[in-house]
Design a protein around this ligand. Structure first.
Ligand SMILES: Cc1cc2nc3c(=O)[nH]c(=O)nc-3n(C[C@H](O)[C@H](O)[C@H](O)COP(=O)(O)O)c2cc1C
Length: 356
């Protein structure tokens, strides 16, 4: 799988998620098997480039290549300028956001709202592709609404305007995150263009990834929410696609190391004040991803109540490590079972020693 000159190591990508896929999280996902990651969307409005939020979003220092920056906006000239600005700062791929349904983004006629104005959407891709020498990609939905699925027409136009890859989330803008993603439109987009197409939406494990690749014929899959608290999902999917076998989930020692490394990098990148606050949601996701049973969920909730009141990195790190040491009892036989029986066996991996 290639994007322009960049050969990617596999076809399992991390979705851009504002407030989630900051540099530390992208790095972690790449280290744990993701073939490609795009930054959270960065505003195209130059007035915002110096803000703490945007400057963090466009910081790629030390990130594994290729470094891809997503830009959001509705003005072709401003978007072209933003693309140039980011390329000057090291971006090797520019992705255009036409997928975000958030009101804050769509009210300004950007994100997925652009799909409702095809001429403007095309003018943006045209302007950005003409402004920079690096590959320009587009991430979109299937259309503005179920009665107007225009992804195929737009994809053809975008390809002609110079887009090097198109990612499609299998929902319309009007659907937001409701219902199930549909993959028929993604298959139609794949059949209509010759640039790589990436399928996105509701992919939560190896079997689903394989099914979506088969249904759509897409060149790659992109995973968003299922990676929250589960960054090792990328190697699980990549391994399954490559070998047909399920990889055992991380053992207790690796889980503790992953969380601790992630938190340390998270504080270093976001600063202590913001880092401590934003670490809370990541830790919540990790616990949710590890815990299958209702009783375990109650125990984790009690831990999170205490954890969310902690105010400094050292306390958070210590609390997480102690909690995991206390509740995760790795069992080699269970790991072997899990590898042979599949994802359903993951629950068995974690023996909660103090549960009734
Ligand atoms: C918290 C959150 C933030 C998101 N931010 C962005 C974003 O900045 N840019 C974008 O193109 N899509 C964004 N998305 C959409 C995701 O990239 C993805 O298309 C969507 O979540 C569907 O994939 P999934 O079912 O694997 O989560 C966001 C989604 C979530 C849940």
């Amino acid at each position: 799988m290639r994007i322009g000159p960049f050969a990617l190591r596999n076809k399992v990508f991390v979705a851009p998620m504002a407030g989630v896929t900051d540099r530390p999280f992208r790095q972690l996902c790449k280290r744990l098997g993701a073939g490609y990651a795009v930054s959270e969307m960065a505003a195209s409005n130059p007035k915002l480039w110096a803000s703490v939020k945007t400057s963090r979003r466009i910081d790629h220092e030390g990130e594994m290549e290729p470094k891809a920056v997503q830009i959001a906006g509705a003005d072709p000239r401003m978007m072209a300028e933003a693309a140039r600005f980011n390329v000057d700062r090291g971006a090797q791929i520019i992705d255009i956001n036409m997928g975000c349904p958030a009101k804050k983004v769509c009210n300004a006629w950007s994100g997925s709202a652009l799909m409702g104005d095809e001429a403007l959407a095309l003018a943006i891709v045209d302007a950005v592709a003409s402004a920079v020498q690096v590959p320009v990609t587009v991430k979109m939905r299937t259309g503005p609404s179920p009665s107007r699925r225009n992804a195929v027409r737009l994809a053809r136009d975008f390809e002609r305007a110079g887009a090097a890859m198109i990612t499609v989330h299998g929902r319309t803008r009007a659907c937001a995150y409701g219902g199930q993603a549909e993959y028929g439109t993604i298959a139609d987009v794949k059949a209509a263009v010759s640039v790589p197409v990436v399928a996105n939406g509701d992919i939560d494990g190896p079997h689903k990834a394989l099914a979506v690749l088969r249904i759509t014929g897409a060149d790659a899959v992109m995973i968003g929410r299922a990676a929250q608290g589960r960054p090792w999902i990328f190697r699980e999917i990549a391994h399954f696609l490559e070998t047909g076998a399920l990889l055992a989930p991380p053992d207790a020692a690796e889980l503790r190391a992953v969380l601790s490394d992630h938190l340390l990098d998270h504080y270093a990148f976001n600063g202590e004040f913001t880092g401590v606050r934003t670490a809370r949601k990541h830790v919540g996701w990790y616990l949710r991803a590890m815990i299958g049973r209702q009783a375990d969920a109650g125990r984790a909730r009690a831990f999170l109540d205490r954890f969310n009141r902690l105010e400094c990195p050292e306390q958070q790190l210590d609390a997480v490590d102690r909690f995991l040491a206390e509740v995760l009892t790795p069992d080699r036989d269970d790991r072997a079972d899990a590898a042979s029986c599949g994802e359903a066996a993951n629950d068995k991996l974690f023996r909660w020693s103090h549960l009734a």
